[in-house]
Design a protein around this ligand. Structure first.
Ligand SMILES: [Zn+2]
Length: 287
């Protein structure tokens, strides 16, 4: 059964480790992540962007697929199905359609409108036992077609949003979605420490986990980050493994063209990436 992200993140914050959010794109992705979480005895959050949900035929279809897998694959570790960077309308729809967690990304609104809309989402989420992630300070890079400027969040604004009763808070600290540019300045730990100081036990979320050096991720976890989002890294691993399969001519040997064979190396590559991340975040054995 799907669970909200609240309990797993409260435990992670107290235990000074982080739970990975791995974004899914299709059945192979979902299966690979769930099996790895079970093997690692780790809690896990499946992230679904609005674009990915549309691609997979809507929240309803995604919830149906994930619930089916939890049952058929005997997944017993805590799993949350989470809307990633949702608009207001998408958050309402995802909650209606069986998601156990939603992110309402109001970072492009002014702080007052962000607060009003976040409050309404929280009210509905609380009735259903769904966890809510809010964002302060747009995170740089590309969020499903939306380009952000790489802002650093204002710790006071973070406190205002945290006090509304959100479950977890994403704050821009120089992190970027997608591949990091060579001249990237690194995470702003000073701001992270200030945000942590102001928001206390609130689990903080690090977006754009791909390409942040492992040592920086670890340090961020010691400073209060309890959820790290990983998306691009699984995509790169999947693409590289699939490319190798085809370049090696394996699709032209025997029944190598069978999609279940063709996609298998990519699935293995995702599993490996997810396992590495769970080890780095410290969530292995924490289910
Ligand atoms: Zn993000």
């Amino acid at each position: 059964m799907l669970v909200s992200a609240k309990e797993m993140l409260t435990k992670a914050k107290a235990g000074k480790y982080a739970v990975g959010q791995f974004n899914i794109n299709n059945l192979e992705w979902t299966k690979a992540i769930l099996l790895t979480a079970q093997e690692c005895n780790s809690p896990v959050i499946l992230g679904v962007s609005e674009g990915a949900a549309k691609y997979m035929c809507g929240f309803n279809t995604v919830a149906g697929m994930v619930n089916g897998m939890l049952k058929t694959l005997n997944i017993t570790v805590p799993v949350a199905l989470h809307l990633d960077h949702g608009s207001y309308d998408a958050a309402l729809q995802a909650m209606e359609d069986g998601f156990s967690s939603v992110m309402f990304d109001g970072s492009h609104y002014g702080i007052e409108e962000n607060i009003e809309k976040t409050k309404e989402i929280i009210r509905i989420a609380n009735e259903k036992g769904i966890s809510v992630e809010a964002e302060v300070g747009a995170i740089g890079g590309e969020e499903d077609g939306v380009i952000g400027g790489g802002e650093v969040a204002d710790p006071d604004e973070c406190k205002m949003i945290a006090d509304l009763g959100v479950t977890m808070l994403a704050a821009g600290i120089g992190n970027i979605h997608g591949v990091y540019p060579e001249n990237w300045q690194g995470l702003n730990f000073e701001v992270l420490a200030k945000i942590q100081e102001k928001t206390g036990t609130m689990p903080l979320v690090l977006h754009g986990g791909t390409g942040i050096p492992a040592e920086m991720v670890k340090k961020a976890i010691t400073l209060g980050v309890s959820k790290v989002n990983v998306n691009t890294e699984c995509q790169l691993a999947f693409a590289a493994a699939t490319r190798k399969y085809i370049e090696d001519g394996k699709d032209q040997q025997g029944k190598g063209f069978d999609p279940r064979k063709l996609l298998a190396p990519g699935v293995e590559a995702i599993k490996e990436t997810v396992k590495e991340k769970m080890e780095l975040f410290g969530s292995v054995g924490k289910a």
